[in-house]
Write a protein that binds this ligand. Structure first.
Ligand code: DP6
Length: 326
């Protein structure tokens, strides 16, 4: 009853922010992302009869009680589905600089879903794994697939239609992403808390929900046409729209630091000077820059040396979750 899986992180080009059901973790809006080759998590799950409780090891060290509880609650869902009561040892390793301040919940829960389901003998196809990963983290539902992926908000109260689908695989259009670390510390207000506060207090939340269908349709179209300028413009729009919404929460959610803002201006300055790049930012201060195929290293070189930048990673587009032989 042991299995290991590897999954990659993803960055949303059209953002998810807000839930229509917190218990089942159903998103209020759909989203579209790109899976990243350079950021991955490998997770081994071992269900055993000698454990009094679940045990979580993160990058070689026992995890916090909070992280343990989140994983245990998630495993409960699977234990119910499999009719099993055993506890598990979960050993999860991020294959990207730890403490880089990069969210790993997407790759972690995607890898955990595949490994745990397989260890329990549940032969789930990817759409079912995506639904399962969503219970752990909304963005994890997208990391089940490689390439360009759409998370569907769905309408059903049971969440059977709230799952991700692959729009195009990783060979369709090998765009790249440059990730600039402006603060290696963990973010102070996590996505779950941030989006719930936004839904409760931001006056722009209704408009965000009402306009999301149009944003998704436009991103789908830009991908279908491989229209990079259009895709980039929509990516910046979705990012700024999400942050505007979160800034208007009470108290306002200010995820950016000074370097974040300087980088956004720098991306636009370089673009005006002829380098076709676009930014996006998630619930933290790191800046992600969308680049044309083969341009990541060049963009990294142009952004190297900016004050306040701790590290720069370059990623190509990556694959979906896979089982790893032990
Ligand atoms: C800003 O998937 O981390 O990265 O479902 O509560 O775990 P939970 O939230 P999470 O939120 C991701 C928010 C985002 C945008 C995105 O990835 O779409």
């Amino acid at each position: 009853m042991k299995s290991t899986a590897k999954a990659h992180a993803n960055i949303a080009l059209c953002k998810y922010w807000g839930k229509r059901d917190s218990r089942l973790n159903l998103p209020a809006v759909g989203s579209i992302s790109m899976t990243l080759q350079a950021l991955s998590t490998q997770t081994a799950v071992d269900f055993r009869d000698d454990l009094p409780a679940d045990r979580l090891i993160l990058n070689g060290k026992p995890a916090s009680e909070r992280a343990c509880r989140r994983v245990s609650d998630f495993l409960d869902v699977l234990r119910r589905e499999a009719g099993v009561k055993l506890h598990a040892q979960v050993d999860s390793r991020n294959e990207f600089p730890t403490g880089a301040g990069l969210a790993s919940s997407a790759s972690s829960f995607a890898a955990l879903s595949a490994a745990a389901a397989h260890a329990l003998g549940l032969n789930y196809p990817k759409p079912r794994l995506s639904q399962l990963a969503r219970r752990g983290s909304g963005s994890a539902a997208r990391s089940i697939f490689g390439g360009f992926v759409e998370m569907q908000a769905g309408q059903s109260p049971s969440g059977e239609d709230a799952l991700a689908v692959q729009l195009y695989d990783e060979h369709y259009w090998p765009l790249e992403m440059v990730i600039l670390i402006t603060d290696p510390a963990r973010k102070k207000i996590g996505s779950t808390e941030g989006m719930n506060l936004t839904a409760e207090t931001s006056p722009y939340y209704r408009a965000w929900i009402d306009s999301s269908g149009k944003d998704l349709a436009e991103v789908r179209q830009a991908l279908a046409q491989k229209d990079f300028e259009k895709l980039g413009e929509l990516t910046e729009f979705s990012c700024l729209k999400m942050h505007a919404l979160a800034l208007a929460a009470r108290p306002g959610l200010l995820y950016w630091n000074g370097t974040t803002v300087q980088l956004l201006h720098e991306v636009r300055r370089l673009r005006a000077a002829g380098l076709l790049i676009f930014f996006t930012v998630d619930a933290g201060p790191q800046v992600k820059v969308l680049c044309l195929p083969g341009e990541g290293q060049k963009v990294k070189a142009r952004l190297t040396g900016m004050p306040g930048v701790h590290d720069i990673l370059v990623s190509t587009i990556g694959p979906g979750v896979t089982l790893v032989d032990d």
